[in-house]
Design a protein around this ligand. Structure first.
Ligand SMILES: *[C@@H]1O[C@H](CO)[C@@H](O)[C@H](O)[C@H]1NC(C)=O
Ligand SMILES: *[C@@H]1O[C@H](CO)[C@@H](O)[C@H](O)[C@H]1NC(C)=O
Length: 213
């Protein structure tokens, strides 16, 4: 009886050790006996790419909706979609690490796996990622919403970069007028986002450091 108990304990321990050693095995074959063939890797990758593209499409759509209609609600939606996409990208990169890529011979397959393994901004921890999105959104919205007063008419202050200033820079030739608008534009779009830009640069640096590891 004691013997029986001892042996079952040994088997249990062995089983646990094997399970731990195998790690998360979503992409290994069920019998665990052989690693995936190239064909199986290709099939797994096709499914993974589909998930990636779906999440990416949602993020792109939300970014477009905000870009063409700069409301607070759309900004919240865009930030949420970007955070969700980052989660999907991280999960996928983790899954790809489990694939037996070293033994692959198909260059196209290797290239696709490598491309999806790159995390870019999503490599940042969630709070920094959010901070980066905030800095980008702040720059975008300031750039798009900036208003300017007309040259020689300080009462008319509803000019935008697009279309008024763009048209002026393209077609007007009065040096004084152009200089005035350039200074206005620089002052209205550059100065207020200096802090956001510094944050943007710093967080990009952090992301690059993490991506190079
Ligand atoms: C802009 O977005 C808001 C939601 O924040 C929506 O109610 C409104 O209809 C949108 N406007 C246009 C022109 O799409
Ligand atoms: C620059 O912008 C600030 C406010 O944003 C304003 O007070 C200042 O007069 C502007 N300077 C010029 C040269 O337009």
């Amino acid at each position: 009886m004691t013997n029986l108990v001892r042996w079952s304990t040994v088997w249990l321990v062995l089983l646990v050790v094997v399970a731990i050693a195998a790690g998360p095995v979503p992409l290994q074959s069920p019998d665990n006996a052989h690693t995936l063939s190239e064909t199986e890797v290709r099939q797994s990758l096709a499914t993974i790419e589909q998930r990636y593209q779906q999440a990416k499409a949602l993020q792109t759509l939300a970014a477009w909706e905000y870009g063409s209609n700069l409301t607070q609600i759309n900004l919240v939606k865009k930030t949420k979609a970007a955070a969700e996409f980052a989660e999907v990208a991280k999960t996928i990169a983790e899954e790809l690490r489990q694939l037996p890529t070293a033994q692959l011979t198909d260059d196209d397959l290797k290239r696709r796996i490598q491309k999806l393994s790159k995390l870019k901004y999503a490599v940042l921890p969630a709070d920094q990622f959010k901070e980066l999105l905030g800095a980008i959104a702040n720059m975008e919205s300031n750039y798009a919403k900036a208003k300017f007063c007309a040259f020689g008419d300080s009462a008319k202050c509803d000019l935008s970069l697009d279309p008024e200033l763009t048209e002026i820079f393209a077609n007007h030739r009065d040096a004084e007028e152009l200089k005035y608008y350039w200074v206005q534009w620089y002052n209205a779009t550059g100065a207020p986002v200096r802090e956001s830009f510094q944050k943007y640069v710093e967080l990009n640096r952090q992301a690059a450091l993490r991506n190079s590891k």
